[in-house]
Design a binder for this molecule. Structure first.
Ligand SMILES: [Zn+2]
Length: 217
């Protein structure tokens, strides 16, 4: 069972990917997390990727794909996975197809830019690169102020989450994914998730979509 999550940055995909991953017992593979790990390693590649992402640009398709492919060869991916952040354009979708990696469902998270910007402003991320837990100042704060519920590390706003960078990322996202949405719609794989509502509401919508796809459990 291979699932793709589509949606702009900060739409809430990461939070729901965790829920999906538990429900389906397959790992959540985020190319954003993989790239942040490479950056955190301080390697030459990491330094280069750091410069690209800091300016709101995207890592080149082939480089992202080769990092992703290495991750998909891990044994925990044997029964499937949830892809988050890849593919983000038709060229990347064609790379999966070229390697005969079948996608069963594409969940497309849709929210207005205004809603996304306001979520971004309150977003808090766990500083532990092994954890990556995400919180929100108002909507989903950690139980203890500035401390991660899962691992006890400090949570903080990410330096790259500025309104300017965010606007640029949204612009790039819309430009690149419109054809991708069309591509998966034609293949009849697309399920649209209305992500304008609060966290609880989206959780419920995803639950209902999953029940429709996989049957009530
Ligand atoms: Zn944590």
């Amino acid at each position: 069972m291979n699932i793709v999550l589509l949606g702009p940055p900060n739409v809430g995909k990461g939070t729901y990917a965790t829920q999906l991953s538990e429900r389906l017992e397959i790992p959540h593979i985020s190319t954003g997390d993989i790239i942040r790990e490479v950056i955190a390693s301080g390697s030459e590649q990491g330094e280069r990727l750091k410069q690209i992402t800091a300016s709101g640009q995207l890592v080149p398709d082939e480089e992202t794909y080769s990092l992703l492919k290495a991750r998909l060869q891990q044994p925990d991916c044997a029964n499937g996975y949830i892809l988050d952040g890849f593919p983000r354009n038709v060229a990347q979708a064609e790379m999966l197809e070229r390697d005969h990696i079948a996608i069963n469902h594409v969940l497309n998270f849709v929210a207005r830019d205004k809603v996304i910007m306001s979520r971004m402003e309150g977003r808090l991320t766990c500083s532990n690169p092994e954890c990556h837990a995400i919180y929100h100042e108002k909507n989903a704060p950690p139980k203890q102020k500035e401390i991660c519920d899962k691992c006890g590390s400090a949570v903080a706003k990410r330096a790259e989450d500025t309104p300017e960078v965010m606007k640029e990322r949204l612009r790039i996202y819309h430009e690149a994914t419109a054809p991708l949405i069309e591509y998966y719609t034609k293949k009849e794989l697309l399920v649209e998730i209305d992500a304008n509502g609060g966290y609880d509401q989206i959780g419920k919508i995803i639950g209902e979509s999953l029940n429709a796809i996989y049957g009530d459990e």
